[in-house]
Ligand binder design. Structure first.
Ligand SMILES: Cc1ncc(COP(=O)(O)O)c(C=O)c1O
Length: 432
């Protein structure tokens, strides 16, 4: 009998971890990745290289050599359509039609153009609802877009506050949807620090009931949590591809626009968003593509797009539902181990315990989180530190197994028990 019941994985010794690995239907995927360290638990910051990503990158270099400029039309896929082709591959992960998705830009540039676009659609209510635990770039971009329209960011950016410093309650988001002031609600799917998963369906429905647009930053969920953006009727969304999608450092990002908004002129228009059939007519007037492709600005960055095309093959082979199921099992197992083996050392789980309220990573809180994370990295366990007290641990389901989670917990216990972290500097600086 399968020992696992998704979302309810008890702790136990290494024998139990090995049994769980034996039952893992995704275990063969780990062999398709090269991870630089023994315990690579940082796939929510930067996913590792896979054989299929590398093959696509090498192919792109070869196409450049053999086709030169003809690669725009003769390569497979033609470079001219690369963003759209990636959009087709991404669509099943997002629960969207192929036309509603495109690979382009970065999370931040895509926030600029989409927030700008939807601000331009608003008549009077120019308020944008965000939350105080957001990743900062979202606020930087939104503030900039407000400023460019002569709107005061301090007046127009509405912050939902956290009750506990870790999570945001859906009912607090809904209560802050002021029908007289707010025109757009923009929330993350998963909070970058605690890993809380938001209820996109409810937030969107409540926003629409008040005539408010709903947009989401999916950076911490795409590729590990399945989405139903069309069914949920989300207006727009953005994401990056270098985390769970394993597209590589600086990989091209992506965006979704609900088809009912096709035809809208993007705030940051550029020739790559022009209707494809007439793009090379070089008209000085912009005709947007009848798809999310309209929000592309500039020519496809081929070498930061090709690895993503290869990496997505692995996601499709594994299936997003199986990925989510294993992810929930891994995070459940990790949470049980922290409770059993690390709580005596002052570690606390900062991530919601209900599986349907968390994404793919777990926040372990400890007053010495920074020094512990440094000691872990030096011993081959790559995690990251997030201010003020979080060791962020990501058991990414395509290449991390249960035994590795178990080893990580043993190593952490040793580092704290033996005071190994005390030999590290206290001051976090640089990339953590
Ligand atoms: C939630 C979230 N949004 C945005 C970003 C920044 O994305 P980009 O570098 O693609 O602009 C990150 C980066 O980690 C993130 O975690």
């Amino acid at each position: 009998m399968d020992e696992r019941t998704s979302g309810d994985v008890e702790a136990g010794g290494v024998e139990r971890a090995r049994r769980l690995d034996e039952q893992d239907r995704l275990c063969e995927f780990a062999g398709r990745f090269d991870t630089p360290d023994d315990l690579y638990l940082d796939g929510n910051s930067l996913g590792p290289i896979s054989d299929s990503a590398e093959t696509r990158l090498e192919e792109a270099v070869e196409q450049w050599r053999s086709f030169g400029i003809k690669g725009w039309s003769d390569a497979e896929p033609p470079w001219f359509w690369y963003g759209e082709r990636l959009g087709e591959q991404l669509a099943p992960l997002l629960g969207a039609s192929p036309e509603e998705c495109v690979a382009t830009g970065t999370t931040t540039t895509n926030i600029h153009t989409l927030i700008g676009t939807f601000l331009d659609k608003l008549d009077e209510r120019t308020g944008i609802l965000v939350n105080e635990l957001d990743f900062p770039t979202d606020h930087y971009a939104i503030r900039a877009q407000l400023r460019q329209r002569g709107l005061d960011p301090d007046e127009n950016l509405h912050l939902v506050e956290s009750r506990d410093g870790r999570t945001i309650e859906t009912e607090d988001i809904v209560a802050a949807m002021d029908e007289h002031e707010v025109g757009i609600v923009f929330m993350p799917s998963v909070l970058y620090r605690s890993g809380q998963l938001f209820d996109i369906e409810t937030i969107t429905r409540e926003a629409h009931d008040r005539d408010i647009y709903a947009g989401f930053d999916l950076a911490h969920s795409v590729g590990v949590v399945p989405h139903q953006l069309s069914e949920d009727d989300v207006d727009f969304a953005v994401w990056c591809s270098y985390k769970y999608l394993n597209g590589g450092p600086g990989a091209v990002g992506g965006l979704y626009v609900n088809e009912r908004h096709f035809g809208t002129v993007p705030a940051l228009a550029g020739w790559w968003g022009h209707e494809k059939e007439t793009q090379f007519d070089m008209n000085l007037e912009f005709t947007p593509a009848e798809s999310a492709g309209a929000w592309q600005i500039t020519a496809v960055p081929l070498f930061s797009s090709a690895p993503l095309l290869g990496a997505l093959d692995l996601h499709h082979e594994a299936g997003i539902d199986a990925i989510r199921e294993k992810s929930v099992d891994l995070t459940s197992y990790l949470i049980s181990l922290v409770d059993e083996e690390l709580s005596t050392y002052g570690c606390e789980v900062g991530t919601p315990r209900e599986p349907d309220r968390r994404g793919g990573h777990v926040a372990i809180e400890h007053p010495e989180a920074y020094r512990i994370s440094q000691a872990l990295r030096d011993r081959g366990a790559v995690v990251d530190f997030r201010q003020p007290n979080v060791v962020r641990v990501c058991p990414a389901p395509l290449y991390v197994g249960f035994e590795e989670v178990w080893e990580f917990v043993q190593l952490t216990a040793d580092i704290i028990e033996d005071g190994i972290y005390e030999s590290y500097e206290e001051d976090p600086s640089g990339v953590t």
